[in-house]
Design a protein around this ligand. Structure first.
Ligand code: GTP
Ligand code: MG
Length: 458
């Protein structure tokens, strides 16, 4: 009897940001989460061959996406990978305690018409905050297998191994309201799978989607575009991408209402602070408090106290005298001055600027931003400030670099890294450069007007 060796099943992990895709990836790859460095968000597509519960497979980890129409860089990376079709099964990783946004993304992904399995991850957190689910009902609503996991501890992975053997192509009609005409057009031309998604992207007027168009799709493009523009005019937001995302959220709300229950009256102090951070009456004082703390921590502690300490206790009495002694052996005054000149020497000024001024400020700054990021404050700030910042093309978190620009443009430009998309980072940088040109820092780290950063005293 002839034996045929089947190629390993290629499993693509997709999902929102921070739902545990990378932890699950390392679990499927047979590693304990602690064995690999998973700090921070995934920025590149990663793949590995493995054997999970005796089945050879290839697992692919991707950067998180919020919607199929994400405009940020990671969104494009993930979409480009989806476009290649280089996988057999999609595992949609969902946040068990926050199922609505995950379900909305799942519904958008159903357009791909690929075999899928749903993983409700972070089930430990869901139980802690009082979110319960009916897995059977959800599975029948989404028409794919659904598994509940806690990737951090490995719970639920046995069930996942079983369900990976029988993924199903979902049969969900999502866009009944908005896309009937487009879908009829696509169906008539037998355009399916990724090609269908491209047409939806074009319809949502995501310009970059044109780069993904192939062969016969070019013919249908003008028709889709005209339809998109005509329908966009009738939508409340005049933007089909938002309208289509909104449609996915409406459908997701319907599904999760029937399949999830929340008994979370109290989600602890952190939950309450999170809620207060998004309401204007309490959110604005909290934002001001965060900025004031930042001013004291970075401006007063980092840029004043630590810099002064390094100047008076380290560089002044120890480092500089030691280098002065070392360089006095050099017989050429020109070389000596190049290193030790009071105003321009590479050691006296260069080393002190880098280690004595820039390092303490950046260190305290990143510590503070990391703390806010870990607390999940940025998404809440984004919600609070979104309406104010939208007209200039920024999301709510754009307020951070702009405020920072009032004290130091260099730090403000560094801060643009908290913005999600390249487009936003460019807009914020341009606003900073055009808006505060006088602050092009010759004292790069003077975060506060009262900062005592000054030239080194030696
Ligand atoms: N409590 C709990 N935390 C989890 C679980 N799975 C992941 N986490 C935590 O959630 C955070 C995000 O995990 P990642 O695996 O990096 O999430 P991701 O989906 O890959 O994130 P992106 O790459 O940013 O999209 C980490 O701090 C994990 O420790 C889980 O099952 N339970
Ligand atoms: Mg990841």
């Amino acid at each position: 009897m002839a034996h045929t060796t089947l190629p390993p099943q290629r499993i693509l992990l997709l999902g929102n940001h921070q739902v545990g895709k990378s932890i699950l990836y390392s679990r499927l790859a047979g590693q304990e989460p602690g064995e690999t460095d998973l700090s921070g968000s995934t920025l590149l597509v990663t793949r590995t061959r493995t054997e999970f519960h005796g089945t050879p497979m290839e697992v692919i980890d991707t950067p998180g996406i919020n919607t199929l129409f994400s405009q940020d860089h990671e969104g494009w990376l993930t979409r480009e990978f989806i476009a290649r079709g280089d996988y057999d099964t999609i595992v949609v990783v969902m946040d068990h305690k926050n199922p609505k946004r995950s379900t909305a993304l799942f519904l958008q992904l159903t357009l791909l018409q690929k075999p899928m399995v749903c993983v409700l991850n972070m089930s430990d957190e869901a139980a802690r905050v009082g979110v319960r689910s009916d897995l059977k009902a959800l599975s029948s609503r989404l028409s794919v297998p659904v598994v509940s996991t806690t990737a951090l501890t490995g719970e639920g992975l046995d069930e996942l191994a079983t369900e990976l053997q029988r993924p199903r192509v979902p049969q969900v009609n999502l866009y009944d309201k908005y896309l009937t005409e487009v879908d009829e057009l696509l169906e008539a031309r037998q355009i399916t799978g990724w090609d269908r998604v491209i047409c939806h992207l074009v319809f949502a007027r995501i310009n970059e989607a044109r780069d993904l168009l192939t062969g016969s799709l070019h013919e249908i493009l003008p028709e889709i575009e005209t339809l998109g523009i005509a329908m966009g005019k009738n939508t409340p937001m005049q933007r089909m991408d938002l309208t289509m995302t909104d449609a996915a959220f409406t459908a997701a709300t319907r599904i999760t209402r029937e399949t999830f229950w929340e008994s979370r009256k109290e989600v602890g102090l952190s939950g309450r602070i999170g809620r207060w951070s998004m309401q204007p009456s309490t959110g604005i004082p909290i934002a001001l408090l965060a900025l004031t703390l930042m001013y004291f921590w970075v401006g007063k502690f980092g840029a004043s106290f630590v810099v002064d300490f390094l100047d008076k206790q380290v560089f002044g009495p120890h480092v500089i005298p030691w280098f002065t002694w070392l360089f006095h052996f050099i017989p050429w005054p020109f070389v000596r001055d190049a290193f030790m000149d009071k105003d321009f020497g590479m050691i006296t000024t260069g080393l002190f600027l880098a280690l004595g001024i820039v390092l303490p400020v950046l260190f305290t700054y990143y510590m503070f931003v990391g703390f806010l990021e870990d607390m999940g404050y940025f998404p809440r700030l984004s919600v609070l400030m979104d309406k104010v910042m939208r007209p200039v093309g920024l999301s709510g978190r754009g307020v951070m670099p702009l405020l920072m620009g009032f004290s130091c443009i260099t730090m403000a430009i560094v801060t643009t890294r908290v913005l999600k998309s390249r487009k936003e980072r460019i807009i914020a940088t341009l606003l900073l450069i055009l808006g505060v040109p006088v602050l092009l820092c010759w004292r790069p780290c003077s975060l506060s007007s009262g900062s005592s950063i000054s030239r080194p005293r030696f």
